[in-house]
Write a protein that binds this ligand. Structure first.
Ligand SMILES: [Zn+2]
Length: 191
């Protein structure tokens, strides 16, 4: 579990450095090298960070107040919790993460990433995004199953579709999201 958490923090840091450079680094080649560094965490050719920007933007753009403020507002996405499952292909880690910018109501649940070994290296094998109807809880306010995600709470957004997670081995809750609307999803972790 500790190794998986360490890998996830390195991954979120690589994504943050890429996002920050997108707004602050005038050198396109330096930005592209950070996209590649982030992509290296992902498994597969068609699954990656999705990092891109127009090339040859004038250096003055990156010195503008808008860009500087936007870059300064970023931080590595918070890692809320990690669950270890005994999957049929070996240990599988599911991570609940937030965004690189804190919202008006606080930090919110946003992505689920799944991590598993591929050829002796840990890789991010899948990305899910929080259901916009139930915000990851899988239930709506009256206690009924969320129809938008059929109770799953999360929608597939790249990589392998993880259907059977396997028995739960351990859950590590690291920090709660501060957005009140994400509390139900946080409470549901490990249940
Ligand atoms: Zn839902």
């Amino acid at each position: 579990m500790d190794e998986a958490i360490s890998f996830l923090r390195q991954f979120l840091d690589a994504l943050y450095r890429m996002s920050h450079a997108k707004l602050s680094e005038p050198d396109d080649m330096k930005f592209i090298s950070l996209v590649r560094a982030a992509d290296a965490f992902f498994d597969g050719k068609d699954f990656g960070s999705g990092g891109s920007r127009p090339l040859d933007d004038p250096p003055s753009l990156f010195a503008s107040e808008d860009y500087r403020q936007a870059a300064a507002a970023l931080h590595p996405a918070p890692l809320f919790a990690v669950a270890h499952h005994q999957h049929s292909k070996g240990p599988l880690f599911r991570a609940w993460t937030g965004m690189e910018e804190t919202g008006k109501r606080g930090s919110m649940m946003f992505y689920n990433y799944y991590v598993q070994r591929r050829n002796d290296a840990r890789k991010v094998i899948a990305r899910y995004i929080v259901c916009t109807t139930c915000l990851g809880a899988g239930e709506v306010a009256n206690g009924g199953t969320c129809r938008a995600c059929r109770g799953g709470g999360w929608e597939h957004r790249g990589g392998t579709k993880v259907k059977l997670l396997g028995p739960l081995v351990e859950v590590r809750k690291l920090e709660a999201p501060t957005d009140p609307l994400s509390q139900a999803a946080y409470q549901a972790i490990g249940r």
